[in-house]
Design a protein around this ligand. Sequence first.
Ligand code: EPU
Length: 339
Amino acid sequence: MCPSYACQIPLAPYTTFHIGGPAVYLMEAHTMEDVRSGVSEAHAAGLPLTILGGGSNVLIADEGMQGCVLIMRLKGVTMTPLSDTVRVTAAAGELLDDVVAQTVLAGYWGLENLSCIPGTVGAAPVQNVGAYGVEVGELIESVQAVHCDTGEVRTFTRSECQFAYRDSFFKSEPGRAWIITAVTFLLSATPKPRLAYAALATQFAEISPTIAVVRQAISDIRSGKFPDWTQVGTAGSFFKNPLITQAQYDALCTQYNDLPGFATDDGMVKVPLGWILDKVCGLRGYTKNGIACYEGQALVLTAVRGSSAAAVSTFADEVAERVREKTGIEIEWEVRRLS
Ligand code: EPU
């Protein structure tokens, strides 16, 4: 029915959790022509189409996935120097960290705080990945995408991407119909260090680091907070940091007076769930049935090899219940659930 696709392929190896049953149909798209045929075959068969990049932010059901799964493997990076800036266009299947490494080597500022984030370029705008005071959306000039029903190719400007905290147009119902094929970043050819994140501010209080030194610092911070992805299943931060009202925050502070909180532009307060899981719920390092709140960062869930998606879900439900009991906060998954 879908000649470009292979049938009944286990998905676990395509994810950093190493979890997930088979895809009914799976193809790896290396060229735009592969993407076009993958899209049109799924459309003609009336099957849903899911795109996977690095599989680093998903939890795939043990039963696997219905319909077609297309693994994005488009490659290629171009850098065009302008006057003070440089335009960098990367194909969706490039690893984000490879692109970060190349721009750091070339001395183009902007992406260095996003060093060592797993996953692909194409996935980065979808959830507007962010770390150490920078969100990728701030650096994106445009996103190129193909519509999965019509095959239309379109360029979305940054404002059309509607970036917000771990959110974008591409996560919305109409946005999900677009397959990202390339991302264009606008970087700075002159030094623009972003050192507001506490650990960086302390380290660089006295010196102005080079871009390579910033990348190294980020890499060092991350290695303490994240498990070794080659040894253990994980999708990084499993939940979003919750946004609560000022009144809720004040009430919580009467009980937990050093609870950190960051005011957002719309009058809410973002609180670090890692802190709550650790200091309020005592869940840092908590392990059950091979699933754990990682010792180095409680917001990161890890799963030993051979774990099931059901076990991760059960564990996540238990964590959410503990947070609700202790704080009244309803937490949301950051990881995307696929079935
Ligand atoms: N904290 C604890 N105990 C813990 C974990 C954290 O006390 O077990 C405290 C930390 O000391 C800190 C605060 O909680 O004061 C926040 O922790 P951290 O700076 O490690 O970052 P985060 O808010 O938990 C977010 C992103 C990460 C990103 C980091 C660094 C989300 C959901 N997560 O984590 O992104 O790398 O900031 O900027 O926004 C991801 O999305 O997968 C991800 C890893």
